[in-house]
Design a protein around this ligand. Sequence first.
Ligand code: MLT
Ligand code: ZN
Length: 481
Amino acid sequence: MSDIQAPSLAPLLGQLAALLGPRGILTDPQDVLPHLSDWRALYQGRSPCVLRPASTAELAAVVKLCAAAGAPLVPQGGNTSMVGGATPDEGGRQLIVSLARLNRLRDIDPLDMTMTAEAGVIVKAAQEAAAGAGCLFPLSFGGEGTATIGGVLSTNAGGNTTVRYGNARELMLGLEVVLPDGQVVHGLRRLRKDNTGYALRHLFVGAEGTLGFITAAVLRLFPRARASEVALCAVRDEDAALALFRRFRDRDETAVRAFEYMSGTGVGFYARFIEGGSVPLATPGEHVVLVDLASSRPSSGENSGLRALMEAVLEEALEAGEVLDAAIGESEAQRAAIWRIREEHPEAQKREGASVKNDVSVPVSKTPELIRRASAACRALMPGIRPVPFGHMGDGNIHMNLQQPEGMDPAAFLARSHDIMDTVNEVVRDLGGSFSAEHGIGRLKTDMMEAWRGGAELDVMRRIKAAIDPQGIMNPGKVLP
Ligand code: MLT
Ligand code: ZN
C-alpha cells in the first residue's frame, strides 16, 4: 500500500501526542533519524515518530490506541541489534517505541539475589548497581554500555560469560509485559521455583519484540568475584585452543568465566585500527585465546588458588606445545587491556571495511572444525576473502565473520553477503549447529527460517504469533518469514 492510499496517521499521532506530552513523542525528522538505522548500517527505515512512554501504564495506553488503529509498532532499546531487529521498514508507517524512559531500577535484594529492572536500564548500569549491592549481574558483551535490559531479554543475548552463567534467558526469573492488545502481564515474581502451567515468561525472551513489550524483569544476581585472572595466549591451532579450554575446565569448571577465541587477522586489525591498541605477546601468531578465571573466594595475592591454577594449566599446555606464548595480566588495568583486544573486534573490523557477520553456534567440540572448514569454504568461494573468526569458543558460539578482499569494492562484496552466509551455514548445518546463536533473526535472517526451522517448529511459532498478536502489529517483518 502506498502512503497516498493508506489512511492518514495524523489523527492517531494527535491522540498519542495528547497522551504522552511533549517529552513522550519525537516527530522532528532530525530527532527521529538516529532511530531509523541499525548499528551496522544495513538498513535505513522510515517512521513518522518515536514514542517514548515513561511508565508501563503509559505504554499500555499507547498500545491500546495503536491496536485500535491497526498501527504497527517497533520496540527499540539501545538499538545495538546486529540483525536489524529494532529498525522500522521503509514503508514509513511503523511507529518506533523507545523504552528509554522506563529506566528505573525498581528493587535490588542481595538476600534473594535478585534485581528488578525496567526495560530501559542500560546493561552496564545494571552491572554497576549489582556491584554496589555487593553482587554480580554477569551478562557482559561489547555493547553493554548502550544495550538495555529489555533488548537483551528480547533477543536472549549471550556474550562473554555464557560459558559460566548462561544466556539472558537463564538470568531471568520474572517479567512484566505489555501485550499487543494493551493488557499487562504482571509476572515480576522473584521465585526460583514456579511451576504454574506454561512458562509464559519464556515466550517473550528471544521473541525480538514480535509478541509484546518487555517492560521490566526480575534478574538473577550472583556472588561478586573477589579474585580474577586474565591471560592472553598464542596457541598452536584451533585444536590447541579447545584443548586449553578443556584443561581449565577439567581442573576447575567453576573457575572459567570466559574463554574467547580470536584469529591473528582480527588481533592484527585491533593493533592497527584501535587507538592505543597494543598486544602483550611478542608474536601473537594465527590463533589467540583469552582466558578469564574468576572466583568469589577472596584472593590471597600471587599464591591464591586462581593464580596457581592459571600458571599450572598454562605450563602444562606450553609443555604440550599447545600454547606458544602467554601473558597474564598483573593488574586490573592490564586485565582490562587484554579484554579490550577482544571487545574492540567488531569496531576494528568495521574500520577495516566491509564485513559479513555469521553469528553461528556448533557443539563446543566442533568449534575447531567449524573455523577451519568455513574459512576454507569461503576462500574457495571468493579468493582473497579474509576470515576473521572470533568469539565464545567456551559455549560453541563463533562469530564466523568474513572481511572483504583487500582492495575490493565494499558494495560489491556486500552484494555477495547471502552467498557467503550460505557457504558458512552449509558447514554449520553439517556440524549440527545453528545459523543464529546470540544475535537473533531480526530482518537479516528471516529468509533462513524456513530452511532451518520449517515444518512443525515454524508452524507452532506462527500459531503462537497469531494467538498473541492476531493483528500482526508487533515488530512486523522480524523473526518470522
Ligand atoms: C561480539 O561478541 O563481539 C559480537 O557479538 C560479535 C560480532 O560483531 O559479530
Ligand atoms: Zn558475541
